[in-house]
Design a protein around this ligand. Structure first.
Ligand code: PEP
Ligand code: MN
Length: 270
């Protein structure tokens, strides 16, 4: 442990977890914001599930190939604001540079997320962390695309060093040469190692991007709960077949409700 290692004492832990009363904290919403109608239909469906605390939507999408849907950009933040006003759900989106941060904060996004493709880039993480000096906002940091625990821990430490005390880690699996049957191999032992390295940082699981398919969401989510993760982030869309990104693993809100019900979780109220 060094001076930059997050070591918030439990009593000081003013985390996203503290803003929510449910266990585990469930973050849900579409992979991408596509239209105001899609956002509101999905959000009202999720609001009905008592277990969902935070609504997510990708505004800027890091895509591999040019020509893929790159996200709607700033207009999506207006829709996110409407979701918050209409449903009372907290909101989160991925930010991948300092101007995204400024836009997201201007639109009242409650929780910022650093995506796997950003965590890999220490310069970019530092630029984002610098832009957050003096700002009081929770930041959730996904693991980098490939297995590199120091890079993941280092990104979290950069935010801590910038004064962010409300931090969380999101385990979204690692791209390996042999991912099967997953989209990104969970390598649970590695995520547990990060938990051990940063015991005061709440750990979320992103079963959607680990699984890449609906059929694996339940076992992956159950494993995370069994391992004592603090929260789950699961992608949901009112009509997954029409989704502009990740149609293969998004759940309809009612399907997410069923998943939360069948998970063996003490205390969830879904
Ligand atoms: C996402 O959660 O929308 C996303 C892009 O995931 P990742 O950063 O894990 O690839
Ligand atoms: Mn997605």
């Amino acid at each position: 442990m060094n001076a930059n290692t997050p070591n918030m004492k439990p009593g000081h832990r003013k985390s996203v977890l503290a803003k929510t009363t449910k266990y585990p904290v469930v973050i849900a919403g579409p992979c991408s914001a596509e239209s105001e109608e899609q956002m509101l239909k999905t959000a009202f469906g999720l609001k009905k599930l008592q277990g969902v605390s935070i609504f997510r939507a990708g505004i800027w999408k890091p895509r591999t190939r040019l020509g893929s849907f790159q996200g709607v950009g700033t207009i999506g933040l207006e829709w996110l604001k409407t979701v918050k006003q209409e449903t009372g759900l907290l909101t989160t989106c991925e930010v991948a540079n300092a101007s995204h941060v400024a836009e997201a904060l201007k639109h009242g996004v409650d929780v910022l997320m650093i995506g796997a493709h950003t965590t890999v880039n220490a310069f970019l993480v530092q630029e984002i962390a610098d832009s957050l000096r003096g700002v009081d906002v929770p930041v959730l940091v996904k693991n980098p695309v490939h297995l590199d625990l120091p890079l993941w821990a280092g990104a979290i430490e950069r935010f801590y060093h910038s004064g962010i005390r409300d931090l969380g880690a999101i385990h979204r699996g690692f791209s390996t040469l042999d991912n099967a049957p997953y989209r990104n191999h969970p390598k649970w032992d590695q995520a547990i190692e990060l938990k051990d390295m940063l015991p005061d940082v709440p750990m979320f699981c992103d079963p959607s991007h680990i699984a890449g398919k609906r059929s694996l969401l339940r076992p992956v989510s159950q494993r995370a709960v069994d391992l004592g993760y603090d929260g789950l982030m699961i992608e949901a869309h009112y009509n997954p077949a029409k989704a502009l990104s990740d149609p293969q693993h998004q759940l309809m809100p009612q399907e997410l409700g069923i998943l939360l019900q069948v998970l063996n979780i003490d205390g969830i109220d879904a």
